[in-house]
Write a protein that binds this ligand. Structure first.
Ligand SMILES: [Zn+2]
Length: 321
């Protein structure tokens, strides 16, 4: 059975694994991401994590990376989590170090590919995947192929617009799905409510700590009116966004991962009501399910991407302009 190296490179941790063709993780190693350090130190950390899981039998590697990136050139463009990494040809630099064909893939696309190959999307030809946590991302498989777009940036669902006059998003645009439905957006709405003199229950739930999506959800469970409204709107707006995706993709299944899956009915009931209210009849029965792989979706998606690479496919052309 073939084995490959899979890496999930986040702003906090670099998680490396050796994975077989059936998606079984045979070895894993995690190191902290030296997020504010130089590219050279970052590459050393990546190499360290990968070396700890190698046994010589693997024939390809893939790295799930934060965007924006360019999968055609194999380059990390300007990930906000890694300020020193600007136009870094990560595929070529890692191939030189690992002597393995290496591919990069954006995080949300990797998680989509992982769920489709080994998780909740198994057996479908058409699947849409959403990850909703601090931010919101997406991925899609159509006709049995991951849609990556021109350079790996397809399905940037979190920054699609639901209201051109809506609240400002962390990206600078107005009315993005992420500005309503992700942890950061929920937190911003909570601070606005408190500034208006509402949301006493939110302050109480945060208990002196920074307000998070979770503390707003806790305040909603105790019945704080502002918190209830913020969580319900967050769920409703995600539902509107997913209804849009149903119309665009005519998919077989929607899979949802990320921390928001733990928000409970105050988020997910308005979500389902919005889906019903904003979806044409032909899409009404499409199953919407939570992720099966949880935190391993990105790692196993990277494994799936590496399994598609062949051992003779060292792509030195990445060094070309
Ligand atoms: Zn945005």
């Amino acid at each position: 059975v073939r084995q490959v190296i899979a890496v999930d490179m986040g702003g906090t941790n670099i998680r490396a694994a050796r994975v077989d063709a059936t998606g079984v993780i045979l070895a894993r190693h995690t190191v902290p991401t030296p997020a504010s350090a130089s590219v050279e130190i970052g590459l050393d950390a990546l190499t360290e994590a990968i070396s700890a899981v190698r046994d010589g039998s693997e024939d390809a590697a893939a790295i799930a990376c934060p965007g924006p990136l360019d999968t055609v050139r194999g380059t990390l463009v300007s990930p906000p989590q890694l300020p020193a990494w600007r136009d870094v040809p990560l595929e070529r630099l890692l191939e030189e170090r690992l002597l393995l064909p290496t591919h990069i893939i954006n995080h949300a696309s990797a998680a989509a590919l992982g769920e489709w190959t080994f998780g909740a999307g198994r057996g479908t030809a058409h699947m849409v995947y959403i990850i909703a946590g601090t931010g919101i991302g997406g991925g899609a498989v159509a006709h049995g192929t991951l849609i990556e777009g021109r350079a790996g940036m397809a399905l940037e669902f979190g920054h699609t617009c639901l209201d051109p006059h809506g609240p400002i998003c962390g990206c600078g645009l107005l009315g993005c799905v992420e500005a309503y439905s992700a942890g950061a957006g929920i937190t911003r709405r909570a601070h606005e409510a408190i500034a208006r003199g509402e949301g006493a229950g939110i302050t109480e739930a945060a208990a002196g700590e920074a307000i998070t999506g979770e503390s707003v959800a806790r305040a909603a469970r105790t019945g704080d009116a502002a918190a209830v409204q913020i969580i319900a709107t967050a769920g409703e707006m995600l539902g509107v966004g997913v209804a849009n995706l149903l119309h665009l993709f005519d998919t077989e299944k929607v899979v949802i991962g990320g921390g928001m899956t733990r928000m409970g009915p105050r988020y997910w009931e308005p979500f389902m009501i919005a889906i019903a209210r904003h979806t044409l009849l032909p899409y009404a029965g499409v199953p919407i399910v939570f992720s099966e792989l949880g935190d391993n979706a990105g790692l196993l998606g990277a494994a799936s991407r590496a399994l598609i690479l062949r051992s003779d496919a060292l792509h030195t052309s990445n060094a070309m302009p």
